[in-house]
Design a protein around this ligand. Structure first.
Ligand code: HCA
Length: 406
């Protein structure tokens, strides 16, 4: 069993999510991107994908800053450019300092006729000529090639493009661009690729149009794919792709060796950072969420107070959904405090107030000891601010139990 490498594409496909528009944020600022990056690095993600520089000046300027930030935190992170398979785009990506290229070109009948208007033989020739030349000049560059819309490309056409290329590649991609795959077709496809290219790694990218992106990713990993594209909350075009933390939870349940080296307790804080940027709650469909430790029915609440495993089958505390992790995490800053006070303690609070509170809380953490825990200290600090609480009828407050123990 091998460790699965997450290629996090929050800063590429993630930025193509309509949620940025829906939430009125439109696009994260550079400092918000750096906060997300810090949380991803703390989680142990070693592959991050970005737009290739051809996409625009703002994106390439941000990439230059993000690159500095990443390399100052972790030298082993690989910087992937999502890049069209042509010499000009590739040269720009290499100039910008990318260490891995995710090259792609459409191979399905839809892409051939509606996208680049080339036939499958022409796609094969372009990909081969471009990549064989590239490999000659860059023997150590990490290179992937993907037939875009691979799941709507018949396997013979796909192999006709991939076979002459495989010798130059570190990974072969098989994106489910429009979300039509299911676990059965994923398993069949991975087996066919592994049989055809036993020495090349396989990378996958599953869109969630049918709600299958997570199960497809888990199936791919279990069937032998090494790289899975993910993003925070699964943000990407349309309904998105596989969620980074959702995948880690499921891989862990399948076999802990698949998540070796990831600091799982940093999963929930990562989701919290995005929640504060978007000013939204973590989606209820996100496996690593407080929602999954929230109990409404009286029968459930009583049982959870006795033994949480009656209604909580997964050890979410291990993934950071616990008071300990939320308040004492080393990533804890204004964002976590804001989320905690707003979503868990029901305070009406602004981000500026959260920033001030975070500063004071951090300056007083040496007061934490066995008589005063972090939550008590935080409450003491908050008291000075005269914040009002979102008013809920008392009887309703009790109808919701957020279990942050463990
Ligand atoms: C895109 C399409 C893509 C690429 C996936 C990949 C897809 O937005 O360009 O490069 O692995 O789903 O095919 O997201």
């Amino acid at each position: 069993v091998q460790r699965i490498e997450i290629i996090d594409t929050t800063f590429r496909d993630g930025l193509q999510s309509p949620i940025w528009y829906d939430s009125g944020v439109y696009t994260p600022t550079l400092s918000e991107k750096l906060e997300l990056l810090e949380a991803l690095i703390a989680l142990g993600v070693k592959h991050l994908e970005f737009f290739s520089p051809i996409v625009g000046t703002k994106e390439s300027e941000d990439f230059a800053e993000m690159k500095k930030f990443i390399l100052s935190h972790d030298h082993n992170v690989m910087l992937h450019a999502h890049c069209r398979c042509n010499e000009k785009d590739i040269a720009l990506a290499l100039d910008a300092g990318f260490t891995a290229l995710n090259l792609y070109m459409g191979t399905s009948a839809y892409s051939l006729s509606g996208n680049h208007k080339k036939n499958i033989q022409e796609v094969g020739t372009i990909a081969h000529d471009t990549i064989s030349n590239l490999r000659k000049s860059y023997p150590h560059l990490w290179i992937r090639f993907s037939g875009e819309d691979a799941f709507r490309t018949d396997i013979d056409s796909l192999l006709s493009v991939y076979s002459p290329l495989a010798q130059y590649l570190d990974a072969i991609g098989t994106p489910d661009t429009v979300g039509i795959a299911d676990p059965e077709s994923v398993k069949t496809r991975i087996q066919a690729l592994k049989k055809a290219f036993p020495t090349v790694d396989i990378e996958c990218h599953f869109h969630n149009d049918k709600g299958y992106s997570l199960i497809n990713a888990v199936t791919a990993a279990v069937s032998g794919a090494k790289y899975i594209d993910c993003s925070v909350w699964g943000l990407a075009e349309r309904s998105g792709i596989t969620s980074t933390t959702g995948l880690l939870l499921n891989l862990y349940e399948s076999d802990p060796q698949m998540v070796a080296g990831y600091d799982l307790a940093n999963c929930y804080p990562l989701n919290v950072v995005l929640a504060t940027i978007l000013n939204m709650q973590i989606p209820i469909t996100e496996p690593v969420s407080l929602t999954n430790r929230t109990h409404i029915a009286g029968v459930h609440q009583n049982a959870v107070n006795n033994d949480s495993s009656v209604y909580e089958a997964h050890n979410l505390a291990k993934f950071g959904v616990s008071e300990q992790q939320l308040i004492l995490n080393h990533l804890m800053g204004a964002n976590t405090i804001y989320y905690h006070l707003k979503e868990i303690e029901n305070y009406q609070i602004t981000k500026d107030q959260a920033r001030e509170i975070a500063q004071e809380f951090k300056s007083r953490t040496r007061e934490i000891n066995k008589h005063k825990n972090a939550r008590t200290l935080l409450r003491e600090v908050v008291q000075q601010y005269n914040l009002s609480k979102i008013s809920l009828p008392e009887e309703l407050e009790k109808k919701r139990l957020e279990n942050l123990s463990g």
